[in-house]
Ligand binder design. Structure first.
Ligand code: HXC
Length: 257
């Protein structure tokens, strides 16, 4: 697959997607979102890859959806091009996705980061939904994902005012997992993802599905899904290996089967 608006590379078992429209602060146009999600799907199917990272450059994650592209949109053109269907596909990715964020992470880019499982941010990161200032609103899940993360009152304040919030505030509210010096974001993201890649891959994906279900399902159904995933883990060779390694007092060697 050829990419024009992203760069893609692998470091061991970690697949990296770098947003690459630096002249417009990585503004996400529809082609770019298509490329990102297609690549996530490629990595999700690749048994060599265990974890994925989405990052910008050392100055900016991305300044939101491409405003130039949206200028001519009409309700019917949006209905017919259905640009949000590709975002739904991102929710079906089974392996972990980590966002590594420096600088602006606004609008659609903040939605992209919120669709990721974890966010590692630099002290220079700025998060927010400025759509209200453009006379629109978040459309790729922002009202739902931010509200689930920080509650209705805070989400309303953030989305109504459209202001930017720094990484420490985002961390204190549980949006961001780790904040590091701006120049250490990449290093921290790779350190974290390489250690996550060492965990039993089947456990990791079953845990992702179960934890994500907690945001969607009533408790009883979520517990049921957790239990089924727990059973399923016992069908993996890694379960035998993990428990055997424990009793043999050696580190496990997980294979992802
Ligand atoms: C298109 C953008 C852009 C965007 C920046 N640029 N953001 N182009 N869409 N979202 C372009 C600028 O036009 C400019 O191009 C170049 O990138 C550099 O930007 P500047 O504004 O000169 O940089 P700076 O002064 O540092 O200001 C940075 C900024 C500002 C505060 C982030 O660029 C900004 O407010 N951008 C828009 C942020 C925003 O509203 N995002 C939400 C979009 S709506 P030229 O050619 O002039 O050099 C959205 C809806 C999501 O995301 C819906 C679901 C997908």
């Amino acid at each position: 697959m050829s990419h024009q608006l992203i760069k893609v590379y692998e470091e061991g078992q970690v697949g990296v997607i770098q947003l690459n429209r630096p002249k417009v602060l990585n503004a996400l146009n529809r082609q770019m979102v298509d490329e990102i999600v297609e690549q996530l799907e490629v990595y999700d199917r690749n048994p060599e890859i265990r974890v994925m990272v989405i990052k910008g450059n050392d100055k900016v994650f991305a300044a939101g959806a491409d405003i130039d592209e949206m200028l001519e949109d009409t309700p019917l053109s949006i209905e017919l091009t259905d640009p949000f269907a590709v975002w739904d596909r991102m929710t079906l990715i089974k392996k972990p996705i980590i966002a590594a964020v420096n600088g602006f992470c606004l609008g659609g880019a903040f939605e992209l980061a919120l669709h990721c499982d974890l966010i590692i941010a630099g002290e220079d990161a700025k998060f927010g939904f400025p759509e209200v200032k453009l006379g629109v609103m978040p459309g790729a899940g922002g009202t739902q994902l931010l509200t689930k993360a920080i509650g209705q009152r805070r989400a309303l304040e953030w989305i109504w005012l459209g202001e930017m919030h720094d990484a420490d505030e985002a961390k204190s509210l549980g949006i961001v997992n780790r904040v590091v010096a701006p120049e250490l974001v990449e290093e921290e993201a790779m350190r974290f993802t390489h250690s996550l890649a060492k965990q039993a891959p089947i456990s990791v994906r079953l845990i992702k599905e179960a934890v994500r279900a907690a945001g969607d399902l009533p408790l009883r159904e979520g517990m049921r899904l957790e239990r089924k995933n727990f059973y399923l883990a016992f069908d993996s060779e890694d379960q035998t290996e993990g428990m055997k390694a424990f009793v043999e007092k050696r580190p496990p060697n997980f294979k992802g089967v």
